[in-house]
Structure formats: C-alpha cells, structure tokens
Design a protein around this ligand. Structure first.
Ligand SMILES: [Zn+2]
Length: 75
C-alpha cells in the first residue's frame, strides 16, 4: 500500500482520507483508511490541513494526530 496525495502535482505520501456525504453536507477527515475507496480522496497532511468545505457544509476532523496549528473557518 503506497498511496499518494490526490492533489494535482503534489505526490506526497497520503496520511489522511477525505470523505463526504452530500445528504449531510459534511466532509470528514480521518487517518488514512485501510481500504482505498474511489469515493474518497487521500491527502497528505499539509493538503488535509488546508481543506475547507463548500459553503454551507461542515468539516469534521476526526484524525488522531491533530496538527499543532488548527485552521478554523467561519461559516
Ligand atoms: Zn498533498
């Protein structure tokens, strides 16, 4: 298993899996899932930290290894 960040031009090792549900308007960040699902996106830590949800959506960060600096987004 050697998964890389899904952001174009990045290529760093993925540490985080991003998943989302339209019905709940929610985006989740989790420690890298064991299973690689085409519905999810694998991201490196810097890109995961810069993730922000679409307007009106919630972002729920469930990673255990939380970064020291947590970015917060209003709304
Ligand atoms: Zn990346």
């Amino acid at each position: 298993m050697n998964r890389r960040c899904a952001r174009p031009g990045c290529g760093r090792p993925a540490t985080t899996t991003l998943s989302y549900a339209y019905a709940q308007r929610t985006v989740w960040l989790d420690d890298l899932h064991a299973e690689d699902s085409p519905a999810n996106h694998d991201l490196c830590a810097p890109h995961a930290d810069r993730t922000h949800p679409p307007k009106g959506w919630d972002l729920k960060d469930r990673r255990e290894l939380a970064p020291v600096h947590r970015l917060r987004y209003a709304g």
